[in-house]
Design a protein around this ligand. Structure first.
Ligand code: K1U
Ligand code: ZN
Length: 200
């Protein structure tokens, strides 16, 4: 498994729309494993392929306290949404920023699992919020898009300033120094470990 580099706001690659996964094959299963490793290492509860510069419709989650219930959603579709309420959100691509976002309180989602078979799930609470947040990533949307222009501008400035003050000063591009594969390494090309992977 490979820990991948997570793109950070306002990187324009976070704005790409992901394409459907055509076949659930070993390359897709490897990507899911790498996303889970990356999510656990970053102490997140979810991660979308977009965040590691892979523009395919795949996301992973684990909202369990014990961190032992990984879930993988391939080509997720929102079948039903109802209710509306605020929830506190964070994002590994917008580090150390948390704010309230209004989302549907109950959702039903259909997706493919790692076996390529469809499943459906009803979700509310953190699981429901997290699925909606990750599905937004696949559309190139970020939770900060729901905040005011002023807040978004302040967040952008704060993150840019913090990135400049990092020892390397190169932010998400400095993957090798952080021991992670370069963004986009899961698409054709070499990772930081020099392993190339077939296109999805
Ligand atoms: O970057 C991501 O998409 C992952 C993100 C998922 C998420 C968490 C909470 C609400 C919506 C989406 C995170 O894991 S942020 C970090 C985190 O662990 C966390 C933040 C707030 C509440 C619970 C967990
Ligand atoms: Zn996010």
């Amino acid at each position: 498994m490979t820990k991948l580099a997570i793109l950070e706001y306002p990187d324009p690659r976070l704005r790409k729309t992901a394409k459907p996964v055509e076949t659930v094959d070993d390359a897709v299963r490897q990507l899911a494993a790498d996303l889970l490793e990356t999510m656990y290492a970053a102490k997140g509860v979810g991660l979308a392929a977009t965040q590691v510069d892979v523009h395919r419709r795949l996301l992973v989650l684990d909202v369990s306290e014990e961190r032992n219930q990984p879930r993988v959603f391939i080509n997720p579709e929102l079948l039903h949404a109802e209710g509306r309420g605020p929830g506190e959100e964070g994002c590994l691509s917008v580090p150390d920023i948390y704010d309230k976002v209004q989302r549907a309180t109950h959702i039903r989602v259909r997706a493919l699992g790692l076996d390529g078979l469809p499943f459906e799930i009803d979700a509310d609470g953190l699981l429901g919020v997290c699925i909606q947040h990750e599905m937004d990533h696949l559309e190139g949307r970020l939770f900060v898009d729901y905040l005011s222009d002023l807040k978004r501008q302040l967040i952008r400035r704060r993150l840019e300033k913090e990135r400049k003050n990092r020892p390397s000063g190169r932010g998400a591009l400095d993957s090798a120094a952080r021991g992670v594969a370069a963004p986009g390494a899961a698409t054709p090309g070499a990772t930081a470990r020099g392993v190339s992977r077939p296109a999805l």
